[in-house]
Design a protein around this ligand. Structure first.
Ligand SMILES: Cc1cc2nc3c(=O)[nH]c(=O)nc-3n(C[C@H](O)[C@H](O)[C@H](O)COP(=O)(O)OP(=O)(O)OC[C@H]3O[C@@H](n4cnc5c(N)ncnc54)[C@H](O)[C@@H]3O)c2cc1C
Length: 453
């Protein structure tokens, strides 16, 4: 890096803050400014389910290596702060009631192992030695996944799951944390090392082929901020922001919601993150079904819903649920438009297929609160981190539904690109220039989304 780099980071979501933290705290960068149009961590980074996992069965090893690194860094922060970030390691529990999926689940677990996520342990008898997760803390040596196909063992350890459940895969280097606390810890440490936070909107990027600075609007006044290095971390506004520098980033945005509601009887407080792998018809009573049948506007609620409803307990009294049954590309707009009709009811009923105890709330969820934000995604759902064709311009974006868990390794990677520090093996997988490789483009046609949530 040259003698006195001036680094400006556009956006103080978890991605921008993690970059500032890594630059200032790990690399000793002296002149770092975060520019934020709203409040730090308040646009997308406070809307997440805050979950993390190293389970990335496809399509290659890079996401697992990247996420393992990110989790290492998250754990370091947890250790250094007496776990102010409330990190747990309860795992992700993937479950199915479909015998035809048992093989698929086992294959996914083996694939995750082959990608470096840790060994799979198979449990097909009642006496098999499955080790449950601790409710609190994150210092577990258990990695990889446990695939349980013995139904009595499933019932013993997860009595709240639907009795029809025939198999579960419990991914063990996984759980959740407080994203706000993680962001706050990093922002505080960065500011202690001199990172400045400027409240304003970036409205222009200066430089012709080489970054020179940004124009910021603060209370209708325009100011210029000199920059030798610029990191774009604008979340859902990233495409628009990159266009200011003449870049057309290959990203789209999808709107996603989550509902939280008061829950005392449905999801036990010690449960892991739970994901139902089966497509389903929502459970309705005969009367409800007849009423929906007769209603042209609501009849679609009787149709099949996709796999993937998921949820977890949130503290002592709440449960969070997500059902991404609506995921097309949209233009980001704020305030966020209304959620899809009946979102809370659909998520609750959908999750009650997995956790029948939730049926007690059907038709009357207590204090449901729906919020959401945008998943910013590349076509293969893999983040963009690193330099761009514009000299001095870097991106850290495309974090989809995994930006909290990815933030620490993402911040580290962009900081290493900027400072010229050695790069990890996985760095090339996240460069924009990967799309210039015809072989990569060919591969993309064969890749699914790796079972991402
Ligand atoms: C419903 C939902 C559930 C999720 N669940 C999880 C989960 O369980 N685990 C997980 O890891 N991730 C999850 N995510 C994803 C995660 O929340 C995001 O990937 C992450 O928050 C993205 O962070 P970011 O910093 O890129 O974007 P943001 O948090 O949106 O930050 C971007 C910032 O840039 C600022 N900005 C934009 N334009 C300008 C400008 N012109 N000038 C100045 N500032 C600007 C914005 O104000 C904003 O503060 C979820 C997301 C959603 C929506």
């Amino acid at each position: 890096m040259n003698a006195s780099p001036k680094i400006v980071i556009c956006g103080a979501g978890i991605a921008g803050i993690a970059a500032a933290y890594q630059l200032a705290v790990a690399h000793g960068a002296k002149d770092v400014t975060l520019v934020e149009a709203g409040n730090p961590l308040s646009l997308t980074s406070d809307k997440s389910t805050e979950a993390y996992r190293n389970w990335w069965p496809g399509p290659d090893w890079q996401m697992t290596a990247f996420m393992d690194r990110s989790i290492d860094l998250i754990e370091e922060i947890a250790r250094a702060t007496d776990n102010r970030i409330n990190l747990n390691r309860r795992g992700y529990l993937f479950a199915t009631a479909d015998t035809a999926k048992i093989e698929f689940l086992s294959e996914m677990a083996e694939l995750a192992e082959s990608r470096g996520a840790g060994a799979v342990r198979f449990h097909d008898s009642p006496s098999s030695a499955y080790v449950p997760s601790h409710e609190r803390g994150f210092d577990s040596a258990l990695n990889g996944a446990d695939v349980i196909t013995d139904r009595s063992l499933i019932r013993r350890h997860f009595p709240y799951l639907a009795p029809e459940t025939v198999a579960v895969a419990h991914a063990r280097r996984a759980g959740w944390l407080s994203a706000q606390q993680l962001g706050a810890v990093m922002l505080e440490a960065a500011r202690e090392r001199g990172v400045k936070l400027v409240r304003g909107k970036v409205v222009g990027i200066e430089g012709n082929g080489r970054v020179r600075g940004v124009t910021i609007e603060i209370n209708d006044m325009r100011e210029r901020l000199e920059a030798s290095h610029l990191v774009l971390a604008a979340g859902p506004m990233q495409k628009e922001m990159a266009q200011m520098a003449g870049l057309d980033l290959p990203i789209i945005a999808e709107r996603h919601h989550k509902v939280s509601f008061a829950d005392t009887d449905g999801v036990p407080r010690s449960a892991p993150m739970m994901i139902w792998l089966d497509a389903q018809y929502l459970p309705w009573s005969d009367d409800e079904r007849a009423a929906l049948e007769a209603d042209d506007e609501a009849r679609w609620l009787l149709e099949e819903f996709p796999a993937g409803v998921h949820g977890r307990p949130d503290g002592a009294h709440a449960t969070l649920l997500l059902f991404n049954h609506h995921g097309e590309a949209v233009e980001p707009e704020f305030p966020l438009p209304d959620p899809p009709p009946h979102y809370a009811e659909i998520a609750l009923r959908g999750m009650s297929t997995m956790v029948p105890g939730l049926r007690a709330y059907a038709g009357k969820p207590t204090r449901p609160y729906v919020d959401g934000g945008y998943y910013v995604k590349t076509r293969e759902n893999r983040q963009l981190i690193g330099p761009t064709p514009v000299d001095g311009l870097y991106v850290s974006c495309g974090y989809s539904g995994f930006g909290v868990m990815a933030s620490c390794a993402g911040g580290e990677l962009v900081a290493r690109h900027i400072t010229g520090a050695p790069l990890p093996d996985y760095a090339p997988a996240f460069l924009i220039s990967r799309y210039q490789n015809p072989q990569y483009i060919k591969l993309l046609d064969q890749w699914g989304d790796g079972g991402q949530l």
